[in-house]
Ligand binder design. Sequence first.
Ligand SMILES: Cc1cc2nc3c(=O)[nH]c(=O)nc-3n(C[C@H](O)[C@H](O)[C@H](O)COP(=O)(O)OP(=O)(O)OC[C@H]3O[C@@H](n4cnc5c(N)ncnc54)[C@H](O)[C@@H]3O)c2cc1C
Length: 456
Amino acid sequence: MGKHSNKRPVAIIGAGPVGLAAAAHLRERTIPFVVLEASEGVAASFASTAHVRLFSTWSMNVDRAAARLLEASGWTAPEPTTLPTAGDLRTRYLEPLAGLLRDDIRFGVRVESISRRGFDKVRTVGREGAPFVLRLLTLTGHEDIEASAVIDASGTWGNPNWMGANGLPAIGEREHRARIHYGMPDVLGSLRSRYANKRVLVVGAGHSAAGSLLALAELTTSAPRTSIVWAVRGKSLARVLGGGENDGLKARGQLGLRLRALIDAGQLQLVRGLHIEALVEQGPRLTVRGMDDAGEARLENLDEIIVATGARPDLSVARELRLRLDPWLESTEALAPLIDPNVHSCGSVPPHGHRELSHPEVGYYTVGAKSYGRAPNFLLATGYEQVRSVVAALAGDLEAANDVQLTLPETGVCSVDFVDQAGADQAGGCCAVPTQAAAPTCCPGPRQPATSRCCA
Ligand SMILES: Cc1cc2nc3c(=O)[nH]c(=O)nc-3n(C[C@H](O)[C@H](O)[C@H](O)COP(=O)(O)OP(=O)(O)OC[C@H]3O[C@@H](n4cnc5c(N)ncnc54)[C@H](O)[C@@H]3O)c2cc1C
């Protein structure tokens, strides 16, 4: 074992798929660990989206060390080419895995903050030798525990972005929270009555928005008075409509194709280039106010709103640690040029590991969805390779830690025309880069401030 070896465990924050994979790798290397999970079960994000069918197959969704551990206990891997729902992933993979690791998992424990014993953020001399201290909020109150290292796999799902175009809550958004669902509601299942025969606004231009729009469209067959409004901040739909048949993940490509068919059939009202600023009551209904190219714009008579504008990491937990974050993505600084959506759209990310995921605070790593900060398109396969590398580094096995390998399926977006039907070209993707479906990254040029486009 490496320099973090001692009797103190490695603390893993979050029992999501990536946190549990980290635990499986630590178990294989016989390094003591404790998983700290805020909710009462595994993968809170996938618990709230259990109805959602994933677009990556089982073969991409299971970590190798976790599979070895499970198979030794008699577990049979699901058919590798099929697509699980988020709920399947929990019940058929993550819950059995957590069962094997149960002695080292604490559920119902929220990590509120992290520091080092006897050291605030400012003090330097001797810092690296001091154990980490994690302040926990448990059912019985606060408690501190010590750890030799911290793997922060707490995700971003608990911190959804607002509907305000500028990243702030729209005026009135907080007040009308009861009429807003952040993420992907179970439109065809448990929340059917909330949306049936209502006028529903979906905000956002990612895969979550696409999934909700398709579900609402399906709802109209049994609830024909349901009407769908889709508002996006940009003008191009290239990113969400995706690469279609060129997408390396077939189901992800299909999502875009089905959405395109809905638009073409006029099954939804599409509002492009809307910068939402405020939400106001209008009798029993809501009105969204904002700006578009023509000036002030309004969407009226709304019953419900689904906000699918992504999520952001909770940085407050590591306020007392020395972090090096990208100024706008809030990912680790080294990872940002590899994943910045202003520059990349292909879905491929160069292999990266412990070096890109570390911070000036030696022994603290951000992994999983949280490692991407505000950048979208994180895939589980990425997280599994991240934690394999990080755990190898913690074990002092730098040869394995540095040997990072990752091949992700391309979105195929690099090979489509970015100028969409409206003639707008704001996808922030590959701009004038010619067809390059197999290229490792879209725009290999230098990364530019957020105001610039990659090919500007
Ligand atoms: C609807 C949806 C569909 C997706 N589809 C795919 C797909 O098809 N393929 C794919 O590869 N990826 C997909 N993703 C992306 C990604 O793989 C998931 O977001 C995945 O859940 C990320 O795993 P994670 O372990 O990093 O974080 P999470 O799964 O979010 O786990 C984080 C855990 O940490 C806990 N936690 C948070 N804060 C604290 C705290 N302070 N203290 C203690 N515990 C805490 C949470 O309760 C949670 O259980 C999808 C994501 C979503 C939301």
